[in-house]
Design a protein around this ligand. Structure first.
Ligand SMILES: C[C@H](C(=O)O)C(=O)SCCNC(=O)CCNC(=O)[C@H](O)C(C)(C)COP(=O)(O)OP(=O)(O)OC[C@H]1O[C@@H](n2cnc3c(N)ncnc32)[C@H](O)[C@@H]1OP(=O)(O)O
Ligand SMILES: [Co+2]
Length: 134
């Protein structure tokens, strides 16, 4: 069901400082920050030859990454995003196999303008998984 690795996300407190580390110290191609109110995060994408890194900074009082940053004050790896061909079919198959889809179960439009869903980390070896329809 899962296909390519779309991105690995890192939660950070200060996205400008984190962007500078990737730009200057690691010599990567870094996008401008983009606020995504519906997701409660500001995102920056770092383009690598084979995948992307997503930096996430909390946005708003209800940010889903706020508690993660309380537990991980230096920041840390937050989720991995796999591509799927048909997100509705993937969701139905996962729910039938007992996995928990987070939120309403209806895909939201993600940072790339495509439908995304999240799967509970407790069902996937302690790793939060995002699915993006390719
Ligand atoms: C838009 C863009 C895009 O790419 O398109 C994005 O990615 S937006 C990216 C931001 N959006 C999201 O993350 C949406 C989906 N996330 C969520 O619904 C929530 O963050 C959540 C349900 C995973 C966790 O909610 P929470 O922080 O309120 O809950 P808790 O702190 O009680 O966490 C419950 C248990 O899961 C663990 N846990 C929480 N977050 C993570 C994580 N990222 N990776 C691994 N484990 C995690 C906690 O340690 C805890 O375990 P223990 O009990 O053992 O301590
Ligand atoms: Co993501």
């Amino acid at each position: 069901m899962i296909g390519r690795l779309n991105h690995v996300a890192i939660a950070v407190r200060d996205i400008a400082a984190a962007s500078e580390v990737y730009r200057s110290t690691l010599g990567a191609q870094v996008s401008a920050p983009e606020p995504l109110e519906e997701h409660g995060v500001t995102v920056v994408f770092i383009t690598l030859p084979n995948t992307k890194i997503e930096l996430l900074e909390p946005l708003g009082a209800e940010s889903p990454i706020a508690r993660f940053l309380e537990k991980n004050p230096d920041g840390g790896m937050h989720h991995i995003c796999y591509e799927v061909d048909d997100i509705g079919a993937a969701r139905d198959q996962l729910v039938n196999s007992g996995a928990r889809v987070l939120g309403s179960g209806e895909p939201k439009i993600g940072a790339h303008g495509k439908p995304v869903l999240f799967l509970h980390p407790k069902d996937f070896n302690g790793t939060l998984i995002e699915l993006e329809q390719a």
